[in-house]
Design a binder for this molecule. Structure first.
Ligand code: NAD
Length: 430
């Protein structure tokens, strides 16, 4: 029997792939993309599905399903995160891998796009079990990932610790003389294990910067502006941290457990402390009140930052949105129908492939440092990140004006044209 929850999950997954394809088609039509190159870009290069066993704390063995989809590598090695979530499946991985190709192309990085993960609910497993699951997944992926082939990074429910386990497992399968050459097989590692200063905050800082650039362009100040954040993990927290420092006010937060509100402002660092001590949940935070999840997107505020999962802003909640800016920290949070509604209402959307690209740019810096045996200081990383993001932002704004298109279409046009140029210049083997 198919339950309602299963139906909802299915709709969510199909939606993401459908959305990324429609976004691609829209931009490809506008630029009149070469039909042969279109055929290549609308499918993924490689799709790996692995079933692997891991031992649980009680001695039983459980079998898990993991995915890695490599969409395109014409500009460089595949790059993209690993997600641990019940909604991870082949279509979700395909959609997220495609977004990575457009994101790295837009940022002007020497990378392609990939994504993957394991279909599981990490809340159900102990830390020791998650370590064994991660290590066995890495072993199952084998040489389908690699520092010059496909470089994973953290995503939903994975973090620097997950990357350290992957690195250690991957290196352990190499001969001793090869081991240290493989440090850049993953990015988002802890600084002590070959990570880069600033990678932890790179995505959130980038989301904040794109909001700041947008505000400068519109001649508005961020001081006292009310913002709400969906998802208080890596991206949501760091975005809120930097916005609060700029004088903006966090008035509501939603996470996997529920939603909270305080019109006078929710102190970001206190909420972080609370959620860390409360198994990652914001519920029960004393300086805010609980509200129903369905109220969240319609709350009175200036800026909404979705920083959780895909397809959260839909044609159902979009008409109720009062904010004038949506900054997409998450990948694919706004579906195509919702976007039409929002644009008609005059709401600006900083699209995911620009808004959260600080993460992959930070990852690129980590990869470069590992590759070249360098260690950069935090201020150096942050300055380089800002420079790169500013370049992308200006390009997107200029293309949006020149072509008279919204920011997402502009961002897709820049990305697709870069890929098209590479294919035209190189031709197709043989
Ligand atoms: P995370 O695991 O650190 O945090 C995820 C947050 O989302 C948690 O607070 C969780 O409770 C919340 N959440 C989960 N399901 C939810 C639901 N149904 N409703 C409301 N909240 C829910 O993950 P993250 O790394 O911060 O990633 C968040 C988003 O940002 C994802 O879409 C990811 O693809 C995107 N992203 C992440 C990075 C990165 O560097 N980590 C880079 C670019 C984009």
């Amino acid at each position: 029997m198919v339950t309602n929850t299963q139906k909802q999950k299915k709709a969510l997954k199909q939606g993401m792939l459908d959305n990324v394809m429609r976004q691609f088609d829209n931009a490809a039509d506008i630029i009149g993309l070469n039909p042969n190159i279109r055929k290549i870009l609308e499918v993924t290069n490689n799709e790996l599905v692995v079933h692997f066993p891991a031992r649980m704390d009680n001695g039983e063995v459980e079998v898990f399903t993991g995915y890695r989809v490599q969409h395109n590598n014409s500009l460089g090695p595949y790059k993209g995160g690993l997600r641990y979530h019940p909604t991870v499946d082949i279509d979700a991985a395909r959609a997220l891998a495609m977004w990575m190709t457009w994101k790295t192309a837009l940022a002007g990085l020497p990378y392609g796009g990939a994504k993957g993960g394991i279909q599981l609910d990490p809340k159900k497993y102990s830390l020791a079990e998650l370590e064994r699951i991660t290590r066995r997944f890495t072993y199952a992926l084998g040489d389908n990932i690699g520092p010059e082939l496909d470089i994973p990074a953290p995503d939903v429910n994975t973090n620097s610790q997950t990357m350290a386990w992957i690195l250690d497992t991957y290196m352990s399968t190499k001969s001793p003389s090869e081991r240290s050459k493989n440090m850049h097989v993953v990015t988002g590692k802890p600084v002590g294990a070959g990570g880069s200063e600033g990678r932890d905050r790179a995505t959130g800082y980038g989301v904040f910067l794109t909001i700041k650039f947008w505000a400068e362009k519109k001649n508005v100040t961020l001081k006292d502006k009310k913002f709400i954040v969906q998802g208080f993990g890596n991206v949501g927290y760091w975005t809120a941290h930097f916005l609060e420092k700029e004088g903006a006010k966090l008035t509501a937060v939603q996470d996997a457990y529920g939603s909270i509100i305080n019109e006078n402002g929710i102190p970001v660092e206190k909420l972080l402390e609370y959620s860390q001590a409360n198994k990652g949940s914001i519920l029960g935070f004393s300086a805010a009140q609980s509200i129903d999840n369905s109220e969240f997107f319609g709350l009175d505020c200036d800026i909404i930052i979705p920083a959780a999962l895909g397809n959260q802003i839909t044609s159902i909640n979009a008409p109720r949105i009062k904010a004038y800016l949506i900054a997409e920290g998450a990948n694919g949070p706004t579906d195509v129908e919702a976007e039409e509604v929002l644009l008609k209402k005059g709401i600006d959307i900083i699209p995911d492939i620009l808004c959260n690209s600080g993460g992959v740019i930070g990852s690129y810096f980590e990869w470069l440092q590992n590759r070249n045996g360098e260690i950069w200081q935090l201020d150096e990383v942050m300055q380089k990140l800002e420079k790169k993001l500013k370049e992308s932002f200006v390009k997107v704004m200029n293309t949006s004006t020149d072509r008279n298109v919204d920011m997402r279409t502009a961002a897709f046009i820049i990305a697709i044209e870069r890929l098209e140029e590479a294919y035209v210049q190189r031709g197709i083997f043989p």
